[in-house]
Write a protein that binds this ligand. Sequence first.
Ligand SMILES: Nc1ncnc2c1ncn2[C@@H]1O[C@H](COP(=O)(O)OP(=O)(O)OP(=O)(O)O)[C@@H](O)[C@H]1O
Length: 527
Amino acid sequence: METPWYSEVQKKLLHVFKVESFRRNQLEAINATLDGQDVFLLMPTGGGKSLCFQLPAICETGRTKGVTVVIGPLISLMDDQVQALREKGIDVEALNKDMPAEKSREIRQRLRHSSNKPKLLYVTPERIQLDDMNETLGLLYRQGLLARFAVDEVHCISEWGRDFRDAYKALDVLRKNFPKVPIMALTGTATKRVVNDIVTRLKIEGCLQLRQSFNRRNLNYMVEAKVGRGLAKIVEFINSKHHGKTGIIYCRSRIDCEQVAGELCDQHRIPAKYFHAGLDRETKTQILQDWQSGACKVVVATTAFGMGIDKADVRFVIHQCLPRSLEGYYQETGRAGRDGKPADCVLYYNYGDAQSLFRLIRNEDTTSAESKEASEDGLRRVVQFCQNVIDCRREQVLAYFDEKFDPRDCNEQCDNCRNGGSVQVQDVTEITKMIVSRMPNDEYRITRNQLVDIVRGSQKKDLREKGFDQLSLFGICKDKGENVERIIDLMLSEQYLATRSIQCHQAWTKEYLKRLLISCGEAGSFS
Ligand SMILES: Nc1ncnc2c1ncn2[C@@H]1O[C@H](COP(=O)(O)OP(=O)(O)OP(=O)(O)O)[C@@H](O)[C@H]1O
């Protein structure tokens, strides 16, 4: 059925946004919000969420009138959107803590008293909590001039999500203070649990929920064994497949970024810059600009390089270290191939990285026990994903978002589907049971690497000196060849073995394996 605003919406799409047709779910979201309904929009990165609140904001014929208030997490992201809207001739303002007091007073005055109010107002969630902001919004509300709230990156509201932000949690005031104003919640990432959390916290239970497949057809997913810091393989991969192309390499720490970028430049003549939260604002902006313009092709970054990055021709995303969750992995790899052309996503994996990440999570003293547990669970899923060399990578990632995916639709765009024919399944239940039952008690301090050597029956002097060659475990995996490490890592990730940290010197802790008093069932299989 044609809505009263249909023709205005079409005209503005074409003449203001210079776009000919809607993508999936955009028109549905726009219609619902112009009708005054709450909307929850789940769209993969680059899907075109912004249009869903920017276009209604400039329509006069909908049921809603006045200013669209956009709440987003990042000032830099806001600045980009504000600039792009102004270039389209749209009247928009943003309020942020970095602007001179005089300027923000001026904007507030304009919102309160001017008859010529902006169509959109961008603010951070922190700003919403300030008294003066509340008063300004209250005034607009009483005049019937608050058209809608658009909450971007709304997953930040949920403690189950990866980017939880306290200030987002306080957004439950929106419905309480402005009960008649429709809310549009937007995100590119949310599991069922996070969606429920968002809907409850914002009190938009009756909203129109729009979601679509998260499958990114043009992305080719691969997991590779990481040797050392993985650099030799990364260099070979870039030089052989993506020489001179745009890409991102994600590393865990700031220092890793600096070292990897340095080595790429100095030793391998791959021009790269590093990006992390420790850089000052100007440097960050400069790097972003250089990357966006193509002056710099490769950025080596922590996850600080993320939200709001909108570059179409990213041909590869490399994870030099494990992401902390599959959600993060999906987001980060999602920055590749936004132009719809093929792009590669390679994750370099070894269990040592997982162990240090687990340790990091355990040692974080700012987080609650519950959120530590959630983080550990998230990381465990990533480890399982890496160790699973059988099931389609897409199927595994999409399952995380509760989406059922038929692996036949992968079209061999992942390593596991490509290797499908050559996988040999080995049942390792018996050997894992034997290892668990023969693990000595905690008086023996055995590291993961030592256990690998012990079960292999290694002749290393160190083992003999510690008496490890006398254990009943010694040599029980002699015939398992290359698979020994994978068996031990699988046992760790499936928690048939655990680790305990012991302080050695003042600041040093070492991870030793712990005997668990649980029985183990089906352990798993290998290629
Ligand atoms: N209907 C459309 N037709 C063509 N291009 C579109 C359409 N809608 C949006 N776009 C373009 O798609 C790109 C991505 O849009 P947008 O930044 O809104 O995505 P997003 O869903 O917010 O992504 P992210 O989650 O990464 O922020 C933009 O360049 C935008 O101009």
